[in-house]
Design a protein around this ligand. Sequence first.
Ligand SMILES: C[S@@+](CC[C@H](N)C(=O)[O-])C[C@H]1O[C@@H](n2cnc3c(N)ncnc32)[C@H](O)[C@@H]1O
Length: 232
Amino acid sequence: METQEAYLRGLKQWLQDTENAPLEEMAEFFAKRLDGYEEHMSVWKKSYRLVAEAVPDGCRKILDLGCGTGLELDLIWKKDPDIEVTGVDLCRDMLDKLIEKYPDRHFNAVCQDYFQYDPGHEQWDAVISFESLHHFLPERKEELYRKIYRSVKAGGFFILGDYIACCDEEEELLRDVYLKRRKQSAIPEDRFVHFDIPLTMEHETALLRSAGFRLENIMDEDAAVIVCRKEE
Ligand SMILES: C[S@@+](CC[C@H](N)C(=O)[O-])C[C@H]1O[C@@H](n2cnc3c(N)ncnc32)[C@H](O)[C@@H]1O
């Protein structure tokens, strides 16, 4: 297994090598890479399985934030094809691929920014999100996690699968580079660009707890899976 030191060295080298690559707008980034996308994401196979296993029996309604082409839904619908899902994603092409894969499922596609989307009050048995939220600063996620908490039914779940920084150094390094590159390119604050700014497990779980969730299970895989619950 790669040591943390070697990992950070590789990350720094990559940041240097890509220093002059322009930041790409979020939806365009994913639309451009649609061919080969699912193959690329297959490295997270184990974490997709953990997400599906964390979905409670009897779950009827799921909200999926940043659903993409629905890779996390593949195993969830395999377990129960009748689960109703609302999937929110900025990228129309990703959503269209999901609909093409699953024409017969109860699926409501919402092509919208999830920070703007209104998930309602105590609507969902589970809210899920996989490999999407690490593109945003904690200041922004804080409010979203509160909104998710309000939208989950009492006793319901928020299942977060995501890229977690290995240490404070990784979190700070990526955040600094992200802010610097945005500034250099004069990217307006409301414009989403594709760049990874993961939080450490300590910081991610603190945000989830401060939104009100109880943390039921933390599976620290390559893509970590954090199972959060709203009290009954
Ligand atoms: C790496 S993909 C993950 C997709 C899917 N969850 C999966 O695991 O295959 C990230 C997805 O999040 C979506 N996304 C990023 N920011 C978003 C936002 N603010 N609102 C809605 N969707 C967003 C992107 O368009 C993309 O489809």
